[in-house]
Design a binder for this molecule. Structure first.
Ligand code: COA
Length: 397
């Protein structure tokens, strides 16, 4: 009998502060329309040092695990490209902070923004192999390009934790049907010891689009062979929605236009309408948080389901994960009957509404900090408090 595998529960965490993207544009002497329309941004999450990758991951995981039997877990993977130690895994900190069972496989996965998908795929394959347990997969990152750089308006931070199991009450994945594409390119990287990323921005957009075409073709071939997609018209239109990796919202539009080109011979007259229906509903949450590297694709998924889960039950959605450097994967899944109820439990709107808008001056001050500056935690969240004898310390409210 086929095992159903996918996402059973999820939780999100975002920093407590954000900058309005129009304030940032004005402070840089740039037309705000470049950031709002040109990049599709609205707000950008700003993490202070106390809200590090571990604290965000543990907070998201605690939320995802509400109502889940912790003894059902046998694996914890954190996908991140902004870890806190060259050796000790973020997952190891999270495992301890949440007091999870010792009989678990616990590790980090890294390949730029793809790390979370690496964790998700490993979890799915491990469950399909008969582990008999569930997995906790967390994507947690702080995207930093630096003050007054071209990448500055595409920063952000946050974490999303997913319980992956044989009881996929949010999204049942099409196991074994995905397309992958990789190439050795220098589009984005962060040399050891650097806080900010190096990026060849326009080249990275092209690398993303090339990878998308390669990965999508692989998925399409398998999806047709396994009769997942049927009917007339473009294969991509057989997907009710498509969630893309979203380093900035406009990237999802570029991606969607390029994806359709893989299906079309001639001119594309339906791209605008198709973007509005298939992609735009997934961008609301991303536009309010900014880039979350490994988490961006899954923030798109969470935002989409928070908005439309009830009307998408039983429908198939596509997902594209891209990690610079590069590797990528296109895969799909079907929205499960309890998706609306489970996503409501994640309280995404409430978490966003609890944030405070800060000035650009305050954002610049926070960006320059290396030690936590504020010792108050919001209820239910974790915080990094400092280093004692080379050991990072955390607290929870
Ligand atoms: N009003 C409306 N739109 C405007 C505008 C204005 N006044 N001024 C510019 N724009 C548009 C441009 O036409 C462009 O749109 P297009 O891409 O559809 O042509 C968009 O705004 C961005 O302008 P551009 O000049 O290309 O921006 P930039 O050179 O400052 O850099 C990135 C943009 C994305 C390359 C940069 O932010 C970056 O490096 N980001 C990090 C890397 C990244 O996220 N890569 C993604 C793949 S992983």
């Amino acid at each position: 009998m086929k095992i159903r595998i996918g996402i059973e529960a999820l939780g999100v965490a975002v920093p407590r502060r954000y900058v309005d993207i129009e304030d940032l544009a004005r402070a840089r002497g740039i037309d705000p329309a470049k950031y709002t329309q040109g990049l599709g941004a609205r707000e950008m999450a700003v993490a202070e040092p106390g809200e590090d990758t571990v604290a965000l991951a543990a907070t998201a995981a605690r939320r995802a695990l509400e109502g889940i039997d912790r003894d059902s877990l046998g694996m914890l993977v954190v996908g991140t490209e902004t870890g806190v130690d060259h050796s000790k895994a973020v997952a190891s900190f999270v495992h301890g902070l949440l007091d999870l069972p010792p009989t678990m496989r616990v590790y980090d996965a890294q390949h730029a923004c793809y790390g979370g998908t690496a964790g998700l795929m490993a979890a799915v394959e491990w469950i399909a192999a008969g582990s008999g347990k569930s997995a906790l997969v967390i994507c947690s990152d702080i995207a930093r390009y630096g003050v007054a750089t071209a990448g500055e308006p595409t920063q952000g931070a946050g974490a999303i934790a997913m319980v992956v199991s044989a009881n996929p009450s949010i999204l049942e994945l099409d196991v074994g049907i995905s397309g992958a594409y990789s190439a050795h390119v220098h589009d984005f990287w962060r040399p050891l010891g650097h806080r900010e990323a190096q990026v060849d921005g326009h080249y990275s957009v092209q690398c993303y689009l090339d990878a998308l075409a390669g990965a999508y073709r692989g998925w399409k071939e398998r999806a047709i062979a396994r009769e997942l997609v049927r009917g007339d018209g473009l294969v991509s239109e057989r997907l009710a929605r498509i969630c893309y990796h979203v380093p900035f919202c406009k990237m999802a539009r570029k991606a969607h236009v390029a994806l359709r080109r893989c299906d079309l011979d001639g001119d594309d007259t339906g791209a605008d309408a198709s973007f509005r229906e298939q992609v735009e509903p997934s961008l609301g949450l991303c536009a309010r948080v900014g880039n979350v590297y490994t988490g961006s694709l899954y923030f798109a998924l969470a935002g989409l389901l928070d908005d439309q889960a009830a009307s998408l039950v039983g429908q198939r959605i596509g997902l594209f994960s891209y990690g610079s450097g590069c590797t990528s994967e296109f895969f799909s899944g079907v929205v499960a009957p309890r998706a609306a109820e489970r996503i409501a439990a994640a309280r995404v709107g409430e978490i966003l509404a609890a944030r405070a808008r800060i000035s650009v001056d305050e954002y610049e001050r926070i960006m320059a900090l290396v030690a936590p500056f504020d010792d108050t935690s919001a209820p239910g969240t974790f915080r990094f408090t400092g280093v004692t004898e080379h050991r990072r310390q955390y607290t929870s409210a």
